[in-house]
Write a protein of this length. Structure first.
Length: 365
């Protein structure tokens, strides 16, 4: 099978981690008889430097015309002082909107080999951590009006949070369908005791529940959810929530599983062309030092094979290889045990060696 992947290497550690993901994809293609071609796309700070735009129209079209998009990371302190509409992150928002991807799915699952590295108590971790956050991606406060006015000699900033019924319904259906394929438990997270948008969110979710009698729907306020994720994460199966809440909660969830560098994500819309990326940032402080963790990007590539290319065996193959490398005690710096005894049983490796080891361990079942 031939597939064209739009590749956004981005900023900071982005080029390093994407390079390792591509090496794993190439090995999987060789093993299973596929051909993956890659189209480079400039986005983020590097695009600002080169084109004066965080996502030129030509680059967006390359993504839209591809079979799927693999992204490293964008942004960094270098571009902190550029105008708001020109920041690297605006390129990412425009990419999501241009591709029409409205559902971001972020798994929070602890690898057994890393359970001891979770910041949570062992008694909590032993109950299990395995849930998915389904985040609405192209609505809400990130896509509302943003302005700063001078009123009476004082600056006044406004950010508009808006959701329509159909926007909530389409992400709600993704949440229910995801739960139906897992353990049939869906938790809808909002702030309906304060926000009108959340009251509409809750109303739509309960209407949809009438179509999904096999799925148990519960409601939870976002502040309580933030607490419950660290107090009792085993209670969750699928969480569905709006854009900003999902952004914050998914970062929290990533840390209880050991490292943000381990977590992949997929962003999908009505077509099979999706956007796949690790959930971490560009980490410019460690860029170029070959110490970044590429596993989140490699697992994002596996998600691309599974959800956009309908290649579940190939995705399983990559995930097994990651598990094998962890079983053998290899660790990048961010997932090395902090205690002397644990560290003595592991070997610290860099970004490039991590990718190489995973690629070498790919095998058909």
């Amino acid at each position: 099978m031939n597939k064209n992947v739009a590749v956004i290497r981005g900023d900071g550690i982005g080029p390093e981690i994407v390079e390792q993901a591509i090496s794993v994809l190439d090995r999987a293609a060789e093993l299973f008889g596929h051909n993956f071609s890659y189209t480079d796309v400039d986005m983020g700070g590097c695009a600002i430097d080169k084109w004066g735009d965080p996502l030129p129209q030509e680059m967006l079209e390359r993504c839209v015309n591809s079979d799927s998009v693999l992204l490293g990371a964008v942004g960094g302190d270098k571009w902190n002082d550029v105008p708001g509409h020109m920041r690297p992150e605006k390129g990412l928002l425009r990419l999501r909107s241009g591709m029409g991807v409205y559902s971001n799915n972020r798994p929070a699952k602890i690898w057994p080999q890393l359970a001891g590295a979770s910041p949570l108590k062992k008694s909590i971790v032993d109950k299990g951590i395995d849930f998915i956050i389904v985040r609405e991606l192209i609505g809400g406060i990130y896509f509302g009006e943003h302005k700063t006015d001078d009123i009476g000699g004082m600056q006044h900033a406004t950010d508009v949070l808006s959701y329509s019924e159909d926007e909530i319904e389409r992400i709600g259906r993704i949440g229910f369908e995801t739960a139906r394929k897992r353990n049939k438990k869906l938790c809808s997270v909002e702030k309906s005791n304060v926000l009108d948008s959340s009251r509409l969110w809750k109303k739509v979710m309960h209407r949809l529940a009438g179509e999904y009698h096999d799925v148990e729907l519960t409601d939870m306020l976002v502040d309580n959810c933030a607490m419950q994720i660290v107090k009792n994460p085993a209670q969750f199966d699928v969480i569905v929530t709006e854009n900003m809440f999902g952004d914050i909660l998914s970062d929290e969830a990533s840390m209880i599983t050991c490292s943000i560098g381990m977590i992949p994500s997929s962003s999908l819309g009505s077509s099979s062309c999706g956007l796949y990326e690790p959930i971490h940032g560009s980490a410019p402080d460690i860029a170029g030092r070959d110490i970044a963790n590429p596993i989140g990007t490699i697992l994002s590539a596996a998600m691309m094979l599974r959800y956009s290319f309908d290649m579940p065996a190939e995705a399983d193959c990559i995930e097994r290889a990651v598990s094998d490398v962890l079983d053998e005690g290899y660790r990048t710096s961010d997932i090395m045990p902090s205690d002397t005894e644990g560290a003595s049983k592991c070997r610290r490796i860099g970004c490039s060696e991590c990718g190489k080891l995973i690629a070498e361990r790919l095998r058909k079942e």
